[in-house]
Design a protein around this ligand. Structure first.
Ligand code: ASP
Length: 373
């Protein structure tokens, strides 16, 4: 494993290994204080962040390493029009590992194609956020002691909430997990996650707009913020933003051991009164983010020691190159210089092609015979 772009880049065994390392770091931090002496992490954040960026930076400092950082996307050459590919190639000359956050879906994937050092996706648009998922997994393990046979409620913005997409992918690999998808109609889970993760793997799930309906059955309630920055219509955001507010009254229906998670920041989705409820785990979750990122940096640097990271291996399915155009306005393929438009065949029975970068479904159906790979 050379880069972490998608949580599925990690096997279940590697996830266990990271969780074990993080637990060991928590127990014996002094043993890791010099593990990354002389190594440099570049944090390239082209979108706002508090927890992810600071936990990456704190992680590298606590491993004895250094951090190189541009204070914001606007002050880097990206503001002059530099491509993501060029930025990654150049930063490879100065650092040993990159953590990248970008507003465009698929940008860290593109960075990984040209980077000579490992790239970690620290959140790409409304697509994925694998290190938040590692944080969630460490928290779940510490709170629940297992990853399997859990009923997991995901509530809020399931459409644009990238942490939700990565978490469903991850938890779908453990046996016996069930999902309750709680959202307004407009913010339902994207088809590529529902069909190709849940349905394709015969995973039990329910969809509801009512946050209390399944509350007594939940082992985990994962609250999310409505992702204002992904809306093209502000009025739509204002209409939906307070769809769900978890308060003490609603929690009366929940079991005594239900674990409340939230990737944070919260805007209004969890009443402050809930913070003192023993089931509220979200601040402990934020702390887990630092330890699991320490484990991840260690793993990637060790595995790539002395070996140029090289391009990320891309899926081997049949693909169409420069035949279709991605219509997702948030996809990196719409803005990156000279990037091929690549669509991958994800469901041969339905002839479904998805964009390689953002996973949105092709809007046109390719004509027989024009597949070129
Ligand atoms: N911090 C998380 C993210 O970057 C959740 C959020 O912003 O709502 O996706």
């Amino acid at each position: 494993m050379k880069h972490l772009i998608d949580i599925m880049d990690l096997s279940v065994g590697e996830i266990s290994e990271l969780v074990d390392t993080a637990q060991d770091i928590i127990a014996h931090p002094e043993q890791y204080a010099h593990s990354c002496d002389g190594r440099k992490l570049a944090t390239l954040f082209f979108e706002p962040s508090t927890r992810t960026r600071l936990s990456f930076e704190a992680a590298m400092y606590e491993l004895g390493g250094h951090v190189l950082s541009v204070p914001g996307g606007n002050t880097s050459s990206a503001a002059k029009g530099e491509s993501v590919a060029d930025t990654a190639r150049v930063v490879s000359c100065y650092a040993d590992i990159i953590a990248m956050r970008h507003p465009k879906d698929g940008a860290p994937f593109v960075a990984a194609q040209s980077s000579l050092i490992p790239v970690i996706n620290a959140g790409d648009g409304g697509h994925n956020h694998p290190t938040q998922t590692l944080t969630d997994l460490l928290t779940i393990y510490r709170e629940k002691g297992r990853f399997d046979h859990l009923t997991i409620g995901l509530c809020g913005d399931l459409k644009y909430g990238r942490t939700v997409h990565s978490l469903i992918n991850a938890m779908s690999r453990y046996p016996g997990n069930r999902f309750v998808l709680i959202s307004p109609e407009e913010l339902k889970l994207p088809g590529y996650v529902r069909e190709e993760v849940l349905e394709a793997n015969n995973i039990e799930y329910a969809e509801t707009a009512d946050m209390e309906e399944y509350m007594p059955q939940l082992d985990i309630l994962y609250m999310t913020r409505v992702q204002r920055e992904r809306f093209s219509d502000e009025q739509e955001y204002l209409r939906l933003k307070d769809s769900y507010i978890l308060d003490s009254a609603k929690l009366e229906k929940a079991g005594p051991d239900m674990c409340i998670l939230h990737p944070l920041p919260r805007v209004n989705e969890i009443s402050v009164a809930v913070d003192s409820d023993p089931r509220a785990c979200y601040f402990r979750q934020a702390l887990c983010g630092k330890y699991i990122r320490m484990a991840l940096i260690l793993k990637l640097l060790r595995e790539n020691d002395g070996v140029p990271a090289g391009s990320r291996v891309i899926p081997s399915q049949k693909r169409l190159v420069n035949v279709l155009r991605c219509r997702n306005p948030r996809c990196i393929s719409g803005v990156e210089q000279e990037l091929d438009q690549v669509f991958v065949l994800t469901d041969p029975k339905k002839n479904t092609y998805r964009c390689l970068y953002c996973e949105n479904e092709a809007e046109e159906t390719p004509q027989p015979g024009n597949a070129n790979s």
